[in-house]
Design a protein around this ligand. Structure first.
Ligand SMILES: N[C@@H](CCC[C@H](N)C(=O)O)C(=O)O
Length: 306
C-alpha cells in the first residue's frame, strides 16, 4: 500500500514534554485517517507522540473538506493547527500544541513576525513569540475564555474526585483536591484509566488533578505570580501525559474559583515542567516553552506490515 507519508519530512517537538509529530502540509494534501495518525504516534511502530500537528493553510483544509468552514476568527491564509490525539481522534484545541506549532512556523520561516494568529478548531489563537531559535522558544498563547459549566466527578482507582466542568475549547474536569500535597499527587496511579460521567461528557474529557493553590511563586523574567500549584492530567485520546496546555488553563481557572477569585496568575508545575497561566476578564493566557527536538523523513513503506 502506498503511504501518504512516504518520504515526507517530520519534526518532533514538545511543550513541557507533551510531545508531538509536526507535519508540514500547506495544501492539506495528506490523507490523515485515524489509523495513519495512530501508527505515526505509536511509540513502538511509529515515531511516537501524544499527538500530531498538521501545518496547513486554513483555506486548504476547508477546500479539502477537512474543515466544514473556517472557525471563528480564523482567516483563510492563517496557518492552521490540524490537531490529532495519539489514538487518531480529533480534538478542538491543544494549548501545548499551539506553542510548538507557533515555534515551528516561526523557526522555519513560514511566518516572519513574533506575533501572529494560529488557527484551531476552537477558533483563532493569537500568539507571542518572546524568544526563539531553531531548538527552543518561549511562547504565550491567548487561550480565550475558560468557561465553567457546573461540577462533576471522576474515579481514579477506588477514589472519586470532584471538580469543575470547564470548556477551554475542549472539555475538561479540573479537580482541586483539598489538602493534596505534591508528593501525594505524584503517587496517584492512573494505570487503570479514569471514569468520567458520560452524561456530562458525551464526547469524553480530559481530567486534571490539582493541589490547592498556594500564594506566590516565580514567574518568567524575574517576576512573581499570585499562586502556585501542581497538576497531573489524564488526556482524552491519549492517556496520562506529562503536560496539557488546555488542562493547565482549566486547572488555573478551577484553582482561582476554589479561592473565590475570577482572576489571577499561577505558576503550575506538571511532570514535564512548568508554565504560567493568567486568567483575567478578557480570557486566559498560557506561557511556556517549546522544544523542537529532531527532524527526519519517513521511509517509503514504513507502515506496510503493521
Ligand atoms: N495536550 C493538549 C490537549 C490535547 C487534546 C485533548 N487530548 C482532547 O482530546 O481534548 C493540550 O496541551 O491542551
Amino acid at each position: 500500500m502506498s503511504d501518504a507519508t512516504d518520504a515526507l519530512r517530520f519534526v518532533k517537538g514538545h511543550g513541557t514534554q507533551n510531545d508531538f509529530v509536526v507535519l508540514a502540509d500547506p495544501a492539506a494534501e495528506l490523507g490523515l485517517d485515524a489509523a495513519r495518525v495512530a501508527a505515526i504516534c505509536d511509540r513502538q511502530r511509529g515515531i511516537g507522540a501524544d499527538g500530531l500537528l498538521r501545518v496547513s493553510r486554513a483555506v486548504a483544509l476547508v477546500e479539502r473538506g477537512v474543515l466544514d468552514a473556517l472557525p471563528a476568527g480564523v482567516r483563510p491564509d492563517d496557518w492552521f493547527m490540524d490537531y490529532r490525539n495519539a489514538d487518531g481522534s480529533i480534538a478542538e484545541m491543544c494549548g501545548n500544541g499551539v506553542r510548538v506549532f507557533a515555534h515551528y512556523v516561526r523557526a522555519t520561516g513560514l511566518v516572519d513576525t513574533d506575533t501572529f494568529t494560529v488557527g484551531s478548531r476552537a477558533g483563532a489563537r493569537p500568539v507571542i513569540i518572546h524568544s526563539h531559535d531553531q531548538v527552543r522558544a518561549d511562547v504565550t498563547v491567548t487561550m480565550g475564555q475558560a468557561r465553567v459549566d457546573g461540577r462533576s466527578q471522576a474515579t481514579v482507582g477506588d477514589t472519586t474526585y470532584h471538580g469543575a466542568v470547564i470548556d477551554v475549547g475542549n472539555p475538561h474536569l479540573a479537580c482541586v483536591v483539598p489538602d493534596l500535597t505534591a508528593e501525594q499527587l505524584a503517587g496517584i496511579d492512573f494505570s487503570a484509566g479514569v471514569g468520567l460521567d458520560a452524561g456530562v461528557f458525551p464526547h469524553g474529557a480530559n481530567l486534571e488533578l490539582v493541589t490547592p493553590a498556594r500564594p506566590g511563586g516565580d514567574g518568567p523574567d524575574g517576576t512573581t505570580v499570585d499562586f502556585s500549584a501542581h497538576m497531573r492530567v489524564f488526556e482524552r485520546g491519549v492517556g496520562e501525559t506529562r503536560s496539557c496546555g488546555t488542562g493547565l488553563v482549566a486547572a488555573g481557572k478551577a484553582s482561582l474559583g476554589a479561592l473565590g477569585r475570577d482572576t489571577g496568575s499561577l505558576h503550575i508545575t506538571v511532570p514535564g515542567g512548568s508554565v504560567l497561566v493568567t486568567v483575567d476578564p478578557d480570557g486566559a493566557t498560557l506561557r511556556g516553552p517549546s522544544v523542537l527536538v529532531a527532524e527526519g523523513r519517513f521511509r517509503p513503506g514504513w507502515s506496510d506490515e503493521g
